[in-house]
Design a protein around this ligand. Structure first.
Ligand SMILES: N=CN[C@@H](CCC(=O)O)C(=O)O
Ligand SMILES: [Zn+2]
Length: 394
């Protein structure tokens, strides 16, 4: 079954062979998808025939967003914590304990319902691939349970047992790290592709560089690839540790030294920026321009979680990146698509070159610039191009 998509005012391919610049745009374009993959892209007048057709009516089509950093398995909410921050309270990770308590108390069905609801919400805003972390269970059983549920909606599952030290291990941080790297890792590894750690010496709840190294190296021995929460609250060792260990991505990168930027520029680790967290915690935004000028690959993600960034909207993050972080609309879109794919080491998503997964997002607008130009307006949605839809992930 093949489908011809026409009426595309601007097609963003992220395939530089198709048009000028990294976005590889094609005007007055068409796409043919077949068997869930992109088979052809180009000008409408040269489009081949297909079994079926969809006319998107003069709208822009872009690669589905790749949200490479989310915490979607949780129960409860922290609206009161958010309200306190609006009045001046500082974020230090302490609120995570409230979500851990609510998550442990929730049934599988409750967690599954919330997770699937958020995934559907993402899809309605153009996201077609999402990573999902554990990190609100923090017992052997609850971490494995959260990852098992995450695996129902995505292949990009991340074990984050080292999110914070839970209350029952207060004052026994080393014992908790032993649990995470021992029985918890053994129970979780079958359900996870990645391992993550909240490396933040400035937080009394998170982990320093030495503990983070122990956690990530243990994950590597089990075949889990590293990614790291680092430098969110202060400059610390996390970014350089991530680069040293060959992590696919280091996320937040809000406070960076010159040595951090140099390490990222010399390494292969993507810097994933999460402006929803700075919005919600009323913190300074990361300096994307500094990273881009140094040649560092940059991704954008929502960090969707109930504490620091309760948004599922990649368009919102794109708008923040353009308004607050020095990115052009083209750079922000690339970071939210191809950048996210690089952060997940996924060559099959984040672009619309031949062979890519048929993950298309249509914008109710004639060009990608509108994503930042019309902030807060629901312009983007994932486009189903055949009976099975473009993907199930999410
Ligand atoms: N910083 C650590 N983890 C999450 C926040 C988790 C929470 O506060 O519930 C983040 O990426 O922002
Ligand atoms: Zn996070």
């Amino acid at each position: 079954m093949s489908t011809l998509v026409t009426g595309i005012a601007e097609l963003v391919t992220n395939d530089p062979s198709r048009g000028p610049g990294p976005l590889g745009p094609v005007a007055d374009a068409a796409v043919v998808v077949a068997d869930g993959a992109v088979a052809w892209t180009g000008p409408r007048r040269r489009a081949p025939a297909a079994d079926a057709s969809i006319d998107v009516g003069g709208r822009a089509v872009v690669p589905g967003f790749v949200d490479s950093h989310t915490h979607l398995v949780f129960a409860g909410d922290r609206a009161a914590e958010f309200e306190a921050r609006v009045s001046g309270a500082r974020y230090d990770g302490g609120g995570i304990a409230a979500t851990v308590a609510a998550t442990r108390a929730a049934s599988d069905d409750t967690l599954r319902g919330r997770l699937r609801g958020l995934v559907a919400e993402m899809r309605r805003q153009g996201t077609t691939t999402a990573e999902v972390k554990s990190g609100y269970g923090l017992t052997v059983e609850d971490e494995a349970r959260c990852l098992r549920l995450a695996g129902e909606v995505t292949a990009e599952t991340t074990f984050l047992g080292a999110h914070v030290v839970p209350a029952e291990y207060a004052g026994r941080r080393e014992d908790y790290v032993a649990l995470v790297t021992g029985p918890m890792l053994a129970a979780c590894a079958p359900f996870a592709r990645w391992i993550d750690v909240f490396c933040e010496p400035a937080s009394p709840h998170a982990f320093d560089g030495d503990a983070a190294r122990v956690v990530l190296e243990a994950g590597l021995t089990r075949g889990l690839q590293p990614r790291v929460h680092a430098n969110q609250l202060s400059a610390g060792p996390g970014v350089r540790l991530a680069v040293e260990l060959g992590a696919a991505s280091v996320d937040h990168c809000t406070h960076l030294t010159d040595a951090d930027v140099d390490a990222l520029a010399d390494g292969s680790t993507v810097a994933t920026l999460l402006p929803g967290a700075e919005f919600s915690t009323r913190s300074p935004y990361p300096d994307a321009r500094r990273l881009l000028s140094a040649g560092v690959p940059v991704a954008l993600a929502t960090d969707c979680n109930p504490g620091t960034s309760f948004t599922s909207s990649m368009p919102f993050c794109i708008a923040l990146a353009v308004r607050e972080m020095g990115m052009t609309p083209a750079e922000a879109l690339w970071a939210a698509t191809a950048g996210g794919a690089a952060a997940l080491r996924r060559p099959d998503v984040g672009h619309l070159g031949p062979g890519a997964r048929a993950d298309l997002a249509v914008l109710d607008a004639p060009s990608h610039r509108y994503l930042a130009y019309r902030p807060g307006v629901p312009l983007a949605r994932a486009l189903a191009t055949d009976d099975s839809g473009p993907s199930t992930d999410p």
